[in-house]
Design a protein around this ligand. Structure first.
Ligand SMILES: [Zn+2]
Length: 140
C-alpha cells in the first residue's frame, strides 16, 4: 500500500499490518507464500520517517551444492530511516549518502510493497545451501 507522508506526520505513528502477494513479482528467488509485514512508521521530523517492524517471507531456493530446491523462512527485522530524495541531493557535500540503513523516497508517500521487496532482496542468500549441505560443510 502507499502510505502518505503527511498522514505519518499528522498521526506521528502509523502501524501497518499487511499481507503481500509476491507470486507475480520477478525476484531472484521464488517467494512461495504471501509475505507478512508488520511495519511501524514514525515521524522523526524534517520529513524523515523511521520504519520499524518485521517481515516474514518464505523463499524457495536452489542449493548451490546439490542443486536441490528447499524452502527457507526469512524473518527480517526492519529498522530503517527514510528521507526525501531531494534532501540527499541538497546536502551531498555535507553528509555522504552511503550511511547504512538510510533510504530515500521520492514524492509524498512510502510504498510498503517497495520496502518489503527491498528488504527481501537484501536477505536472499547469494550462495544458498540446503540444510543438509550446510551441516556437511560445517563438519568438514
Ligand atoms: Zn544441498
Amino acid at each position: 500500500m502507499k502510505l502518505e507522508i503527511q498522514k505519518i506526520i499528522d498521526e506521528e505513528k502509523v502501524e501497518v499490518n499487511e499481507t503481500l502477494d509476491f507470486s507475480k513479482v520477478e525476484m531472484p528467488a521464488m517467494v512461495v507464500e504471501p509475505v507478512k509485514a508488520k511495519l511501524i512508521f514514525e515521524n522523526l521530523g524534517n520529513r524523515e520517517i523511521l520504519v520499524r517492524g518485521e517481515i516474514q517471507a518464505k523463499l524457495r531456493l536452489t542449493c548451490v551444492v546439490c542443486l536441490d530446491e528447499f524452502d527457507e523462512e526469512l524473518k527480517i527485522e526492519v529498522n530503517e530511516t527514510y528521507i526525501p530524495q531531494t534532501y540527499v541531493e541538497n546536502r551531498k557535500e555535507e553528509r555522504p549518502i552511503e550511511e547504512l540503513s538510510e533510504f530515500t523516497y521520492t514524492g509524498n508517500f512510502l510504498d510498503t510493497f517497495e520496502i518489503v521487496r527491498d528488504n527481501i532482496l537484501e536477505f536472499i542468500p547469494p550462495y544458498p545451501k540446503c540444510p543438509k549441505c550446510a551441516t556437511k560443510s560445517e563438519e568438514s
